[in-house]
Write a protein that binds this ligand. Structure first.
Ligand SMILES: [Zn+2]
Length: 483
């Protein structure tokens, strides 16, 4: 039997959480066609995998690469860590549908630059991705914040009945055109004035499409418990599944609170559909003027439009040099993104260890000094938290990066290494895998990733992008398992 690629003698981890087993894996076109002892088979390309793990490509359920997939389609920040599918449009802010004119309010201005075309309908964005695909598969949530910016002249109040109807109609159309779910970000100024009822009205539309309500909650600090209750209520009232993005307990006063928040999630799961993801870092990252600096023990400037040369510097040092207080220095740096040391290592580990937590990077790739999670998240979990700390098994970690998010977001025939599934694959050395990115040198590829394949084509090999861009746009339940 002749196939396109034959992976020989791999330690196969299949994404279900099952123990690894030694096997050969055959790929023809975009699919895995056989797994087992394939000694008599031949491949157009034969890859010796002795001593290496072959796993389904990782799925990052939470990124902000809506524009990056257009402007930097090699997506090396993702493929270099073994990521083969990403979900954009998070925290209430999606690139489409966008009918409002710039300048955009933060944080939309940190995921969109002025040069990229606007997509008034989600279908236009999708058509552009289909015509000029990136290296990775992409799915996109539809952001309530973006819909508010399109619809409301004044964002500091609840939407009225007419505006709510217009936003519901726009969401309905975008979900019909392939948006994978609804995202909200009542934490952020453009949606902060949206009451729970407005969010329920939006979630009802997601429910009608059988899609999820995904949220950057109103508060992840002092009122994180109230925010969880609000999220659960929205899910129950609208009858849809809810997904808590980048779960954290921010601020010194809230360190240790994850014991309570995870118990709340557990209790809620007994009566409704609740999921969550998290990043494996104690520092968060978002717009600099988010208020997060008041909860942080340290703040780094990740990117500043007027002062790009200050990226990577400590906000307190900049303020001292300018002879300004912190808030005045921060104002002068805008528009800007920051890195905020707000979390407790114990909470990070407890949330990661919770059985239903998936891993996400929450990556914002903009600028020369992003958070190291943009390039380092998945290898950090597999290296630091699995191999060095022993939080859970390698098989469990891979499951949280593959089978679990694929099932959660309805990515049929992805997230599992099995015949009939798409050949999204990563080959890595479990003994050496580690993030290369640090807070000082964040744009650094991971160590130990030998290759990444998307839809049967190599996208990362020999520590560099191959230039292939086989990524597809993914909708919920549109893939099929080949016979
Ligand atoms: Zn967020």
């Amino acid at each position: 039997m002749l196939v396109d690629i034959l992976f020989r003698n791999a330690d196969v981890i299949d994404g279900t959480g099952a123990p690894r087993r030694n096997a050969d894996v055959a790929v023809r076109d975009d699919r895995i066609v056989a797994v087992g002892d394939l000694g008599a088979w031949r491949g157009g390309v034969e890859q010796d995998c002795t001593g290496l793990v072959l796993a389904p490509g990782f799925i990052d359920p939470h990124v902000h690469h809506d524009e990056v997939v257009l402007t930097d389609p090699d997506m090396a920040c993702m493929t270099s860590q073994g990521v083969t599918s990403i979900i954009n449009g998070n925290c209430g802010f999606s690139i489409a549908p966008l009918t409002a004119a710039p300048p955009f309010p933060a944080p939309l201005d940190i995921i969109l630059s002025a040069e990229v075309p606007r997509f008034a309908r989600f279908a236009e964005y999708r058509a552009r991705l289909d015509a000029q695909p990136p290296a990775v598969n992409t799915a996109c949530l539809i952001g309530h914040g973006t819909l508010r910016i399109n619809t409301m002249a004044e964002l500091g109040r609840p939407a009225d009945a007419t505006e709510t109807a217009a936003m519901r109609a726009a969401l309905d159309a975008a979900l019909a055109e392939g948006g994978i779910g609804l995202s909200t970000g009542p934490f952020y100024p453009p949606a902060r004035a949206a009451p729970t009822e407005e969010l329920i009205a939006m979630a009802e539309v997601a429910q009608a499409h059988g899609k999820l309500y995904v949220t950057h909650m109103r508060d992840e600090g002092d009122r994180v418990r109230e925010s969880l209750d609000e999220t659960f209520l929205i899910g129950r009232k609208a009858g849809c599944g809810v997904h808590v993005s980048h779960h954290k307990c921010a601020g010194l006063a809230n360190h240790g609170l994850s014991e309570i928040t995870l118990a709340m999630i557990d209790a809620a799961r007994a009566r409704q559909d609740v999921g969550l993801d998290t990043t494996p870092w104690i520092a968060s990252s978002t717009m600099l003027n988010s208020g997060r600096h008041r909860q942080a023990t340290r703040v780094l400037v990740a990117d500043s439009v007027p002062y790009p040369e200050l990226a990577g510097r400590d906000l307190a040092d900049i303020a001292a040099e300018w002879g300004l207080d912190i808030d005045s220095a921060l104002e002068r740096l805008l528009p800007a993104t920051g890195i905020f040391f707000v979390m407790d290592e114990g909470d990070v580990r407890r949330i990661l260890t919770y059985p239903h937590t998936m891993v996400c990077s929450d990556g914002i790739a903009r600028g020369k000094h992003p958070h190291p999670r943009v390039w380092g998240t998945f290898p950090r979990v597999l290296g630091h938290y699995v191999r060095e700390v022993g939080l859970f098994s390698l098989e469990e970690a891979v499951h949280r990066m593959t089978g679990l998010p694929a099932e959660r977001f309805g990515l049929t025939a992805r997230g599992r290494l099995a015949p009939g599934h798409y050949a999204d694959l990563v080959l890595f050395d479990a003994a050496s895998i580690a993030e290369g990115a640090t807070y000082d040198a964040p744009i650094t590829p991971a160590r130990g990733i030998r290759g990444t394949w998307v839809n049967g084509r190599a996208v990362w090999r020999d520590a560099a992008p191959t230039g292939a861009r086989p990524g597809r746009t993914l909708d919920q339940n549109t893939g099929t398992i080949a016979p």
